[in-house]
Write a protein that binds this ligand. Structure first.
Ligand code: SF4
Ligand code: SF4
Length: 359
């Protein structure tokens, strides 16, 4: 029997198996398999919750969910299927029933400090340190897998004349939360991070996944952060509106790759578009804003690379069908995945690259 909350059980029980969520799941759309939809997971979970199946039977499928929330947005019951997925991950870990490839990622995390088992050696030592009031948090995905993004973001902030601090600890606990839910280890990582970012007035989060965790889960777990947590987009908007950055408006067309954490978890699909309007023309893609179609996860790319490639290619297909040429990403994960699959004649840039090319 699974030890999950009443809320999670209710969410499982309330699934009407209506299949409204079927067409929106980016993983189901990439694999073409029904097992990857919220509906199928609710079905499997209800068997486990009633003791008719063991949790290990559904374990692999539970890890095939990106927690992107597209189903949540479309679910006719108004419940959130992510609720039981994240609790099931904790149960799977506690029962030692995780697939070997998930255990391997966790092993790397405990050995090296991140699930990728890599060093943040793309970040020069001179990047660390800085001012005392504002902290810039790039997050693990950026410092390990897209260090040039973190370096470019810091360079743009410097250009605006701001002095921000940059520290070694870039781990909010987001990867552990994704893989293990709310375990003791996740909470410990979150507490360490909260301790290390103490004392700053403003904390700018580059990765919306980190900001969503700090804004929602930290609060729920009673972990307080002392400063004002803002998104990188909000910070960039402040820098342009205060005249610290003076981008010029061109006729260029940009299309925002809405990140699900921004658009849904943080309810902000506007700031990215306002930034586009500062420098050019906004051209929306299919499935944007609250309906954001996810373009990939670096964590999942570690254990299901073929599916993640397909997810990113599917997003490019949306861009092509909407006649969009330049995609602007808000998340390092989506940037890396879209960059890897960039079709000829199209390009993907980060939001800071967009501003920088119009200064
Ligand atoms: S959260 Fe996203 S990946 Fe997971 S089932 Fe829902 S739509 Fe699919
Ligand atoms: S939309 Fe909601 S109720 Fe319908 S199958 Fe999907 S998860 Fe179940």
């Amino acid at each position: 029997m699974m030890n999950i909350s009443e809320k999670a059980k209710k969410t499982i029980d309330s699934c009407r198996f209506c299949w409204m969520c079927r067409h929106v799941c980016p993983i189901g759309n990439a694999t073409g398999q029904e097992r990857n939809t919220a509906r199928a997971r609710a079905l499997g979970s209800s068997l486990v919750a009633r003791g008719a199946e063991e949790i290990k039977v559904i374990a692999a499928n539970v890890y095939e969910c990106a927690l992107c929330g597209a189903c949540t947005n479309n679910c006719v019951t108004g419940w959130d299927p992510k609720t039981f997925i994240i609790e099931e991950r904790r149960e799977i870990i506690l029962e030692n029933a995780a697939p070997e490839y998930i255990k391997a990622l966790l092993k790397k995390y405990f050995e090296t400090g991140n699930i990728y088992g890599k060093k943040a050696d793309g970040i020069p030592e001179t990047a660390y340190g800085g001012g005392e009031e504002i902290l810039f948090v790039a997050g693990t995905d950026a410092v390990v897998n897209a260090p040039e993004n973190a370096v470019n973001a810091l360079a743009l902030i410097k250009k605006a004349g701001e002095r921000v601090s940059f520290i070694k600890n870039q781990d909010s606990g987001a990867a552990l939360y994704f893989l293990t839910g709310k375990t003791r280890e996740t909470e410990e990582a979150a507490k360490r991070f909260a301790e290390d970012i103490k004392g700053y007035k403003k904390i700018v989060f580059y990765d919306p996944t980190d900001l969503a965790l700090v804004s929602h889960e930290y609060k729920e777990w009673g972990i307080e952060i002392s400063g004002n947590a803002v998104s990188f987009n909000e910070y960039l908007l402040y820098l342009t509106e205060s005249g610290k950055l003076k981008p010029k408006k061109s006729g260029k067309r940009y299309s925002l790759q809405d990140n699900y954490a921004y658009a849904r978890d943080l309810d902000d699909a506007e700031t990215g578009r306002k930034l586009i309007e500062k420098v050019g023309e906004n051209k929306d893609m299919l499935l944007c804003g609250k309906e954001a179609n996810f373009a990939g996860s670096l964590i999942m790319n570690e254990y299901m690379p073929e599916v993640m490639k397909k997810v990113a290619e599917n997003r490019w297909r949306d861009a092509i069908n909407s006649d969009c040429e330049t995609l602007v990403t808000e998340s390092p994960s989506e940037y890396v995945m879209l960059k890897k699959t960039e079709p000829e004649g199209k390009r993907v840039i980060t939001v800071e690259e967009m501003l920088a090319e119009n200064l």
